[in-house]
Design a protein around this ligand. Sequence first.
Ligand code: CO
Length: 177
Amino acid sequence: MKKIFNIGTLALCTGLFIASCGNSDQNSSSTVDHSNHTTETPAETAPAPETSTPATSNSVTVESNDQMQFNVNEIKVKAAEPVSLTLKHVGKMGKEVMGHNLVVLKQGTDVAKFTEAAMKAQDTEYIPGTADVIAHTKLIGGGEESKIDFKLEPGTYDFICSFPGHSSLMKGKIIAE
Ligand code: CO
């Protein structure tokens, strides 16, 4: 119970931090992040249309932010070919309060159970010593990024941020086909 209470407190503090951050940041030159999330130049394929059906690509960039969100909830990759995934934290908050990672889970993983185990794995940056992980990025804070390489058999896989309390919002599916 004590753990749960602590997480509630952390979430509350986080909320307050965002509020105060918004007010004190007016003079900072780096508050324009909202407009630059599409500046990435597409490599060899045509620009992906802004629909719920993402283009299939094995070179994936996922953004995470200070609002505890990933910018995608579905990723499509080609199965049985190497996937290179970069997680970026486009926010400003440190990894102690708004840390993000991206954990790709094996099919059939009980996500709720995994999340529970992850909460207790602070020493290993919320990656528990279970056999459920296919690949995971490092835990990162604002301005940082982390890249991973992995390969998937055809199927649908869950991905989450395993930072305590984040996976309810920070989750999605990787479809390998
Ligand atoms: Co997170």
